[in-house]
Design a protein around this ligand. Sequence first.
Ligand code: GTR
Length: 440
Amino acid sequence: MIFVMSRFFNSNWGPSLFTIFVFASISPLCIAQQKGINYDEAKVPDYTLPRLFTKLDGEKVSEKWQWNRDRRTEILRLFEEHMYGRHPAKPERVEYFIHSLDENALAGEAVRKEVIIRLGEVGPRFDLHVLLYLPAGVNEKVPVFMGYNFGGNHTIHADPAIRLSQAWMRRGNDEAHINHRATEAARGLASSRWPVQTILDRGYGLVTLYYGDVEPDRADGWKDGIRAHLKKDRSGDRLEPEDWGAIAAWAWGLSRVMDYLETDGAVRADRVAVMGHSRLGKTSLWAGASDRRFAIVISNNSGCGGAALSRRAFGETIQRINTHFPHWFCRNFKNYDSNESELPIDQHMLIALMAPRPVYVASASEDLWADPMGEFLSAMHADPVYELFNKTGLGVEDQPGLNHPVGDFIGYHLRSGKHDVTDYDWEQYLNFADRHFNRI
Ligand code: GTR
């Protein structure tokens, strides 16, 4: 019970050292459930990473054009086939509505805009409700950070004018939810993760939406989500082995927001930094890999299935993630449960798919579940692709000490503390964006 509570208050949801400690000291039953989870660096298996520059047919790649035309495409397909699944193209009919606009929001500091993206073929049921805060009094287009939130737009700020989400929430009944629906008490609950004022002060806008607008985050959520409704064979009650998983569906949703941003006269659509935490960090990485319009890609504590190397099997493993979250990846990914070495890809290749765009990987020291070392190593092993583009990627070979950001086109830091998004993380992302958007 105490384990459940502490996980709950940690909110998103990988065990911190604290929870592991509480858990280990309280419940023998839970210890049994953790069987097969390794937190010992000495027990990481020997592994060989798939080669970045060797094509499936054995041909070596040494030129940028070969990477872009052949190998990058091949790697992208491998990730689709074995891990995230194949996603459909942009729907033909999409409509945008302004739900609300206040040019004098947050005591005159911001323009607040709420936009509805209606995916034509499927109607209002899958409306994406997008919240934008833009710096007030700016007469030119602004760069933005964009990312999903876990609990509805109303959680990111106490601003009472934000529309309260009506969508299904993972949280069932608690002080802010009744039967999986948010109540007024949920306003501002996640505001520590969204330093809106700082982002505005630094000259950026913020664009966010609830990931559950695309699809509810539960095993059978796809039946109530965009995946069922865009399924070619609607009669089938089951997804095919290569059909997209929920992470791909959420990533696809981010691309639909990008489509909208390209039409918004206040936003620099060529300067969008897509950022996500944890499962939504996995999502932003896949969005950045599959849609090159995202100028910067940021992964905050994304762990297994995100930035962390799968072959290390440290903390959360493929088997564990496929068991607890069977809907996140495509069915083929289950072939690699306790069988990591057979994967034709690993996550350094996902980072490499961003090249030469800037990408940032952030870890937290107490978030062993997400394997901080595995996240660092992915970033490091992506370096050769940046070199191919005559850029320095990470540029270091040792994981830096606590709170010591490193890297050029690949940024990395190991923040002290638990699985979370903090002001420290945002400070690094803002600095990184300033640097790459040539603002300083
Ligand atoms: C955990 C899951 C992780 C991570 C996290 C989160 O329970 O095991 O992969 O994504 O949830 O999204 O907070």
